[in-house]
Design a protein around this ligand. Structure first.
Ligand code: DON
Length: 310
């Protein structure tokens, strides 16, 4: 364990600020375009119980695609390997919202993290839960240890009003029999899911089970829970490494080398199995929809700590 983690985080915070202005806040979801760009937060939660935070680490932000990690885990718990009949587990090499592969691949998305794959996962969960939005919120509240956790209704509506491409993908998959519920209903659930808000410190806490062989430790004195089996945890981390940053997954693996999930709200969460989790947030994105300062901060952290390089 680096003895000077707080000092390292301060150093990374200072270095990262030099990159303000290099990316652009996502505005294809209109309400996300209103987020002030020059913000940066980073939080580390360690398996030994220590937590460290710097900058805007306690400011809630829109999780967006980071929620796909949680819905995928819930679906895996519910339906197990059957899930792989409806979604693949290969990197797509294409943009997160690309539609082209669906046509030549019989409406089966490449992986659960691109939009098409995440929509199938939300479809699976919509079949299982009468009120998926609240079921998901319940699971996230437990994982993040925050009974107040919520989705931002304004951002959900803003995405829902402009979700034409995701709707097109849902209908296309339905034409192939790979969508079981009405696309409108699944899109309602998906947009609320994506609009869930957490701070970096909450996100680091909520993903700790992935660093801990599937075990979730509550901060609120509730009993520990084997949230996911150790085998499935290893599998989820493998998918995060290969597919978590879409068509930048290779670049992220090269630079950072950890399982990650990114979101267009500017968040990134990284898992260091056996060590802890790191959540970083800075809204300015690169051309592939990943946080510029976030990727930089994670790259510096692994350089300075040696995490993931053992
Ligand atoms: O479906 C969408 O386009 C958004 N709700 C989420 C996309 C996203 O976060 C991609 N990640 N970088």
């Amino acid at each position: 364990m680096p003895r000077h983690l707080p000092a390292l985080l301060d150093q990374i915070h200072t270095e990262a600020q030099a990159l303000f202005g290099q990316g652009r806040v996502a505005d294809y979801i209109p309400a996300l375009g209103e987020v002030p760009p020059r913000q940066f937060g980073m939080a580390v939660a360690l398996c030994n119980g220590e937590t460290h935070a710097v900058g805007d680490a306690h400011t809630p932000f829109s999780l967006q695609s980071i929620t796909k990690l949680f819905t995928f885990v819930l679906a895996l718990k519910l339906v197990g390997d059957e899930l792989w009949q409806r979604v693949g587990r290969e990197p797509s090499g294409a943009a997160f919202n690309s539609i082209v592969q669906l046509e030549t691949e019989n409406g089966i998305p490449r992986n659960p993290f691109i939009n098409a794959g995440a929509l199938v996962i939300t479809d699976i969960l919509t079949t299982r839960y009468a009120h998926l939005d609240y079921a998901l919120l319940g699971a996230l509240r437990r994982l993040a240890d925050d009974p107040e956790l919520h989705w931002n209704a304004r951002i959900a509506k803003s995405e829902r009003d402009t979700a034409h491409r995701n709707m097109a993908m849902a209908y296309f998959m339905k034409s192939h029999g790979n969508f079981h519920n009405p696309p409108e209903l699944v899109l309602d659930n998906y947009c609320r899911q994506c609009a869930t808000e957490m701070s970096c410190s909450q996100l680091a806490q909520a993903t700790m089970f992935l660093a801990n062989k599937g075990r979730d430790q509550s901060l609120r004195g509730e009993p520990d829970e084997q949230f996911l089996s150790a085998d499935d945890t290893r599998r989820v981390n493998a998918l995060l490494l290969t597919c978590g940053a879409y068509d930048a997954a290779g670049d992220f693996a090269y630079r950072i080398g950890l399982p990650v999930k990114t979101g267009v709200g500017g968040g990134i969460v990284a898992i260091v199995p056996g060590v802890g989790t790191v959540a970083v947030w800075a809204p300015e994105l690169d051309a592939k929809g990943n946080s510029v300062l976030g990727a930089f901060a994670l790259e510096r952290l692994v350089q300075l700590t040696g995490w993931g390089h053992n």
